[in-house]
Design a binder for this molecule. Structure first.
Ligand code: ADP
Ligand code: TRP
Length: 321
């Protein structure tokens, strides 16, 4: 099994990224060959500050490593260190119907918000298809919001294979039901672009304040709450606390007698503990700049070795070589 997933360096990773993509990807890394990367080319559609891109790119690498990516086994690399992906994007672009790309979420959302989308944003799914197909990936662990992009990738792979002969592996998305869409501070999908995130790492005081500031309704603590499973703090607690603990809080909220303040306090404690080991590892890694750079250089070399073979196969199939 060849696994591949990417995270854009557009901000600091949050619980949505962690439970939607990072954790599922790390849980699978010993079951196959994993290629996990930092999608810095993709970040260019929404981030226009070079220094920030560098900073966030290093940050995402640190986060992958702190959360348990094993760089000996798993290939961790920067997308732009493998420029072969840009050539494959062109090749796949010639197979991508305008209508298919016009239906893609990122582009549609941008139009709906009245922005003027760039060619980069329009072609975003084609670059993502190139990312996936360039490594013969068959399993792509992502959150539900990326399902459509993986489906576009499948369409392009199938179309290329039909036109030029069997060349690409057709991948499958792998989406975990329980964390397919992690809700943010406002109950909407947690996303860097919605400003409603709880970051994995950061200042304790600020993060406590964020969690204690979760908006609940005005029912008194004593009132039973038959809709307890829909409570935002309960939903988040289910991710960061042991199942039995989260269930106990849910039952107490349903029965009445548990105040929202106490619930949020418990949520903060479990969230903080859940990342304690990763936080300690990150603090250690942060002081070791050379190590992280070395991991990325080594990853780039290994990624390129595979990428150049697959690209050569694609070039040959379509008559470029
Ligand atoms: P963001 O939406 O914050 O910009 P990215 O687009 O960089 O996040 O997403 C990186 C990965 O994290 C993708 O696989 C995506 O599906 C997953 N992801 C992001 N937000 C969530 C969420 N709220 N719930 C589940 N998965 C998510
Ligand atoms: N588009 C993905 C996101 O916004 C990031 C990404 C880029 C990706 N290339 C990928 C994810 C390839 C999985 C596979 O989250």
């Amino acid at each position: 099994m060849r696994l591949l997933t990417g995270i854009k360096p557009t901000g600091i990773p949050h619980l949505g990224n962690y439970f939607g993509a990072i954790r599922p990807a790390l849980d699978l890394q010993h079951q196959g060959d994993a290629f996990y990367f930092i999608a810095d080319y993709h970040s260019m559609t929404s981030l226009f500050d070079a220094a920030q891109r560098r900073e966030f790119t290093r940050g995402v690498a640190l986060d992958w490593l702190a959360c348990g990516l094993d760089p000996v086994r798993t290939v961790l690399f920067r997308q732009s260190d493998v420029p072969e992906v840009a050539e494959l994007m062109w090749i796949l672009g010639t197979m991508a119907p305008m209508g298919l790309l016009e239906r893609a979420h990122a582009y549609k959302d941008s139009l709906a918000k009245g922005r003027a989308p760039s060619f980069g944003l329009f072609s975003y799914p084609v670059l993502m298809a190139a990312d996936i197909l360039l490594y013969d990936s068959n399993v792509v662990p992502v959150g539900r919001d990326q399902k459509q992009h993986v489906e576009i990738t499948r369409d392009l792979a199938i179309k290329f294979n039909l036109t030029y002969g069997e060349t690409f592996v057709v991948p499958e998305p792998k989406i975990r039901d329980e964390s397919a869409v992690v809700p943010g501070l406002d109950g909407q999908k947690m996303s860097k672009s919605h400003g409603n995130t709880i970051e994995l790492f950061g200042d304790e005081k600020a993060l406590r304040k964020k969690i204690m500031g979760l908006v609940m309704d005005s029912r008194t603590p004593a009132e039973p709450k038959p809709d307890a499973e829909q409570n935002l703090a309960i939903q988040l607690l289910k991710l960061v606390a042991p199942a039995a603990v989260a269930l106990d809080f849910e039952n107490r909220l349903r029965a009445g007698g548990l105040g929202y303040g106490d619930l949020k306090k418990a949520l903060f404690e479990h969230y903080w503990n859940c990342f304690a080991a990763a936080r300690a590892r990150r603090a250690e890694l942060v002081t070791n700049r050379d190590y992280v750079e070395q991991v990325l250089r080594d990853g780039a070399q290994r990624a390129r070795a595979t990428a150049s073979q697959v690209l050569a196969r694609a070039r040959k199939a379509c008559g470029l070589a």
